[in-house]
Design a protein around this ligand. Structure first.
Ligand code: ADP
Ligand code: MG
Length: 238
């Protein structure tokens, strides 16, 4: 289960209001994309969901439970960043199991969950290597693997592919779509790449200056944009 609800969420940094009263419903298992121009608040909204930032006003619910003041570790969500943030001195397997280890999971359980994640991500042959001996795409898979072993109720991706070259981006996009199919877990994915948004999303949330301009399927946004901003941003002929 991984439904996420935002109720009148606001975020202020001092005098600057970055998120301006956002209401949003994300259903269990949905693949939701946040798009919008640079600086519009995509990362901040994701961080408010993960708990890395606390809302100034409003509430965040996960599976109907109010988690607004809970720490990230209490929200059962896994965040995948663009800067892979792997531990260089640990092997791939150790990196993938690290979250479980710090949570005190037994070794046998860690080994089993790492093996399962490695199978899904085709990293079985790389478990003993160090991150520096991997390609960019493989490293990004390890970061995703680390998120999987924690068995989150939702994955949060913040522009995970923006450091990769174009060909690898297309390949990883396909892999993330497959991962969603395999796991069926709720995913929220931030990108400024319209193609990524249109191909991955069940639902796209278009943001501008901390306000939701429209929520809809890729087709809705393309065929029936609510306003000129969405039409221009999505690149619809209207
Ligand atoms: P996006 O991810 O869409 O590019 P962000 O959520 O990173 O946008 O940022 C939205 C706005 O909030 C920007 O104007 C940014 O400068 C500001 N901002 C983000 N984090 C902070 C912070 N910790 N302190 C002050 N301003 C911030
Ligand atoms: Mg951002």
């Amino acid at each position: 289960m991984g439904s996420i609800t935002l109720h009148k969420v606001e975020k202020w940094f001092g005098e600057l209001q970055v998120i301006k009263g956002v209401d949003l419903e994300i259903g269990d298992g949905e693949f939701v994309i946040f798009v919008g121009p640079s600086g519009c608040g995509k990362s901040t909204l994701l961080r408010l969901i993960s708990g890395l930032e606390e809302a100034s006003h409003g509430q965040v619910f996960i599976n109907g439970e109010d988690v607004t003041s809970r720490l990230p570790s209490e929200r059962k969500l896994s965040m995948v960043f663009q800067s892979y943030a792997l531990y260089p001195h640990m092997s791939v397997g150790e990196n993938m199991g690290f979250g479980l280890k710090t949570a005190g999971a037994p070794r046998a359980e860690i080994r089993q969950k790492v093996a399962e994640a490695a199978r899904i991500l085709k990293l079985e042959d790389y478990l003993d290597r160090k991150p520096k001996a991997l390609s960019g795409g493989q490293r990004q898979r390890v970061a995703i693997g680390r998120a999987i072993t924690r068995e989150p109720v939702g994955f949060l991706f913040d522009e995970p592919l923006s450091n990769l070259d174009a060909a690898l981006r297309v390949e990883m996009r396909f892999e993330i779509a497959k991962l969603h199919e395999t796991l069926g877990t709720t995913m929220i994915y931030v990108t400024h790449d319209q193609v990524e948004a249109m191909t991955l999303a069940d639902k796209i949330v278009v943001l501008d200056f901390g306000v939701i301009k429209q929520v809809g399927t890729p087709r809705d946004l393309y065929e029936k944009p609510d306003n000129l901003f969405v039409a221009q941003f999505i690149g619809s002929p209207k």
